[in-house]
Design a protein around this ligand. Structure first.
Ligand code: AMP
Length: 234
């Protein structure tokens, strides 16, 4: 199963990708997580990415394309993956198509997560995370039992710099201008499914599994054989 989860920041792509990853045994590749890890480890790439991320802007295409290319080179990913937060621009989508072609892997489906803007702002502005174990909370919808401390490790929770009001506005603008065009891009390739993701985590997951089951019956049970499993013609 090779999937892309598309949608504005705060629509719940990452949460659903975690659940699908466990349930279906496929790996989640989140460019946001990879970049935050690079920032934490103070790598050259992390230092370059940090200022873009803090402002809510996109990290340059070449940087994120390189990250994803490296991840997909790992043979463990051939069995399946969910790309969460990548691609976010048309050049990234084109680069992804090239990388998958090289690896003889075919993308099964692109899921477009949809949530009203007011709800997105509420979700992002209330989000808190643990700087130590990376657990995430929401002040209203999923508060820590220990208030401002992490339930798991007692560390003081923090608000991501890109969840500050100004950065949220920038991220939503960037989404509209640079990422939303991917909806038409993938729709034109007949690869897109829309998913209303305004409900609870469990109800969205129920609907998502239905979309994925439908994908299986319409695409996989017919003639589709993932290119990764086809014998090489060479
Ligand atoms: P996320 O956690 O997916 O919301 O990503 C957090 C931030 O990482 C974004 O606001 C961007 O600055 C950066 N980022 C993540 N994925 C990408 C991507 N595919 N292209 C460019 N920047 C990205």
């Amino acid at each position: 199963m090779q999937l892309v989860f598309l949608g504005a920041p705060g629509v719940g792509k990452g949460t659903q990708a975690d659940k699908v990853s466990v349930q279906y045994g496929v790996v989640k590749i989140s460019t946001g997580d990879l970049l935050r890890e690079a920032v934490r480890n103070r790598t050259t790439l992390g230092l370059e990415a940090k200022s873009y991320m803090d402002q809510g802007k996109l990290v340059p295409d070449l940087v994120v394309i390189g990250l994803v290319r490296d991840k997909l080179a790992d043979p463990g990913y051939a069995e399946g993956f969910i790309l969460d937060g990548f691609p976010r621009t048309v050049p990234q989508a084109e680069a992804l198509a090239g990388v998958l072609d090289e690896r003889r892997v075919r993308l099964d489906r692109v899921i477009n997560f949809q949530v009203p803007r007011t709800e997105i702002v509420k979700r992002l502005s209330g989000r808190r995370s643990c700087p130590k174990c990376q657990a995430t909370y929401h002040v209203e919808f999923a508060p820590s039992k220990k208030g401002i401390l992490c339930d798991r490790c007692d560390e003081a929770l923090v608000q991501r710099s890109d969840d500050q009001p100004e950065a949220i506005e920038t991220r939503l603008k960037v989404y509209e201008e640079q990422t939303a065009p991917l909806i038409n891009y993938y729709a034109a390739k007949n690869m897109l499914s829309h998913l209303d993701s305004a409900g609870s985590v469990d109800s969205v997951y129920d609907n998502l599994t239905k979309v994925l089951a439908d994908r299986k019956s319409t695409r996989l049970n017919s003639s589709h054989i993932p290119l990764s499993r086809m014998p090489s013609s060479a």
